[in-house]
Design a protein around this ligand. Structure first.
Ligand code: SAM
Length: 219
């Protein structure tokens, strides 16, 4: 139940150095810029951490045991590799409810929705992590030109995400050429535990990537 979640009234009320202990030593503390929504077991964070050592990244995960696992995984990596993996962390929360409590307007450079739960039944569609109401919230926390990465093995869910992002005034879809130029795109397929499971089961993978735009540039 929601009363289990601790969340700040305002992003500035949250003590980020609990998640990123190395931040304590930094005079000019940085903000989280990459957000992995429903990060599962954390494979993407672990992959991106050494690729972007200067960017702070956070995974959001609603399941207690899974977020505890990711926390332990990151702690162990920090011990094994001193001075590395200081820029990644996980937070247990409901990403559908509290994003503006944790992030300032325009703070995020990248958001990831990798293999989100499909919620196949029509009556459950409102629980999808991509829907038209939540897209406005994602647009709010994203910087202009910020990028949203999605991948799923469910064709209908890919179509759903493409439809809703394209309908939204503050997002546009990246072309195949633009996706090829982004070194993160190829990491979407295999970095996460769910992605590896889909590969083992010979499932399909549908990628779609979007850019946060200003209303002006679309009209
Ligand atoms: N992205 C990971 C991967 O690719 O391995 C996990 C994919 S898994 C199918 C979807 C994850 O989203 C689950 O771990 C689930 O607990 C989490 N999740 C679902 N709804 C959520 C919510 N509202 N807030 C945070 N996490 C959520």
């Amino acid at each position: 139940a929601d009363h289990c979640f601790d969340y700040p009234v305002h992003p500035d009320d949250f003590d980020w150095s609990v998640l990123y202990p190395a931040l304590k030593e930094t005079l000019n503390p940085k903000q989280v810029e990459f957000l992995d929504v429903g990060c599962g077991y954390g494979g993407l964070l672990v992959t991106l951490s050494p690729m972007y050592p200067d960017s702070y990244m956070l995974g959001l995960e609603i399941r207690v045991k899974v977020s505890d696992y990711v926390n332990d995984r990151i702690k162990a990596l920090r011990v094994q590799h001193p001075n590395q993996y200081q820029n990644i962390a996980v937070l247990r929360t409901n990403a559908m409810k509290y994003l503006p409590n944790f992030f300032h307007k325009g703070q995020l450079k990248k958001m990831f929705f990798l293999y989100p739960d499909p919620h196949f039944k029509r009556a459950k569609h409102k629980w999808r992590i991509i829907n038209k109401w939540l897209l406005s919230e994602y647009a709010y926390v994203l910087a202009e030109h910020g990028i949203v990465y999605t991948i799923t093995d469910v064709k209908d869910l890919n179509a759903w995400m493409v439809l809703h992002f394209n309908e939204h005034a503050l997002f546009e879809m990246l072309s195949e050429e633009e996706m090829k130029l982004d070194p993160i795109v190829e990491k979407l397929y295999e970095s996460t535990e769910e992605g590896q499971k889909v590969t083992r089961n010979h499932g399909d993978k549908f990628v779609a990537v979007f850019r946060r735009i200003s209303i002006k540039s679309k009209t």
